[in-house]
Design a protein around this ligand. Structure first.
Ligand SMILES: Cc1ncc(COP(=O)(O)O)c(C=O)c1O
Length: 288
């Protein structure tokens, strides 16, 4: 079938998939979601994505009514239908439909959507020469407003950050928190090699706990490469030896340029990329 969307158990082609205009995911971004990369028919780190989906729900007071086994069943069904062994998988759970109004108690029919789509074509230059990043003035959400560890359907500030980066000719944006500390990229986490050590902002700065970030931390530790979760400032980015960003779909992308700072060296980053590739290939052979 190729790309397809499963809505509450019903399969359609993406162009035929429809949800209600009263769905709160559409009206208010009242939803949580996960994006996974599928290798050889297996979603990478499925269990971790599942846990984060339920955790995101609980952070916005939305108890997902589907058990993990139903979720898995629907994923398997949708993947089987698509016959796409290497693809992008998105799961969205919305609080659903109900009469118009902000009160979550009005929601009566939650919606579970599973998208199986072609992997985006990331230009080879990103991996070979590195991406261009822009340090944006748009701040990451504060935890007291909406916890950035909840992956919700509300991405407007990250969207603005990315748009600003594009107007500056960059591929993506680095966002700071309200105190000016380095947070993350619009849809990726960041690792900085500074003072001879890989460092990444700690979760309590107010960032998404990326599954790729966690996988990389574990890989570095397992390979006795030092990694610290440390507060980082913009100055640390400018004096860094190397930087990379990471996410499920993009995996690891070295940074080639940030403002007027050019990063010619990407040796250390290439080592992490190789470790990640090895891990992906090993896990793709295991059952999930
Ligand atoms: C804000 C943000 N940070 C980080 C990430 C990377 O997370 P993961 O590695 O789980 O894909 C994402 C992914 O979409 C994101 O939206």
């Amino acid at each position: 079938m190729g790309p397809c969307v499963n809505i509450n158990g019903r399969m359609s082609r993406p162009e035929d998939a429809q949800i209600s205009v009263f769905d709160r995911g559409f009206l208010y971004g009242d939803s949580v979601y996960e994006t996974m990369r599928v290798y050889a028919g297996r979603p990478f780190k499925f269990a971790a994505h599942c846990t984060r989906l339920y955790d995101s729900g609980s952070k916005i007071g939305f108890t997902l009514p589907w058990s993990e086994s139903i979720l898995e069943e629907r994923l398997v069904e949708t993947l089987r239908e698509s016959r796409m062994p290497d693809c992008a998988l998105r799961v969205i759970a919305t609080r659903g439909t109900g009469p118009l109004g902000l009160d979550p108690a009005l929601a009566v029919h939650p919606t579970l959507l599973i998208y199986v789509l072609e992997l985006p074509q990331f230009p080879a230059r990103l991996y070979e020469q590195g991406c261009v990043l822009h340090l944006t003035q748009i701040k990451r959400n504060i935890k007291q407003a909406i916890d950035p560890q909840a992956k919700t359907g509300n991405y407007i500030n990250n969207l603005l950050a990315l748009s600003e980066a594009k107007t500056h000719g960059a591929d993506d944006a680095i966002m700071l928190d309200v105190d000016g500390r380095v947070a993350e990229v619009s849809t990726a986490n960041i690792f900085v090699h500074v003072d001879g050590i890989w460092q990444t902002p700690p979760l309590d700065v107010g960032i998404l706990g990326g599954i790729t970030r966690q996988t990389i931390i574990e890989l570095l530790r397992a390979n006795k490469i030092e990694i610290r979760e440390n507060i980082l400032w913009p100055e640390d980015l400018h004096r860094a030896e190397e930087i990379f960003l990471c996410s499920s779909l993009r995996e690891i992308v070295p940074v080639g340029k940030l403002s007027d700072r050019v990063f010619n060296q990407q040796e250390k980053c290439k080592t992490v990329m190789a470790l990640y590739r090895e891990c992906v290939e090993r896990v793709a052979k295991e059952p999930w």
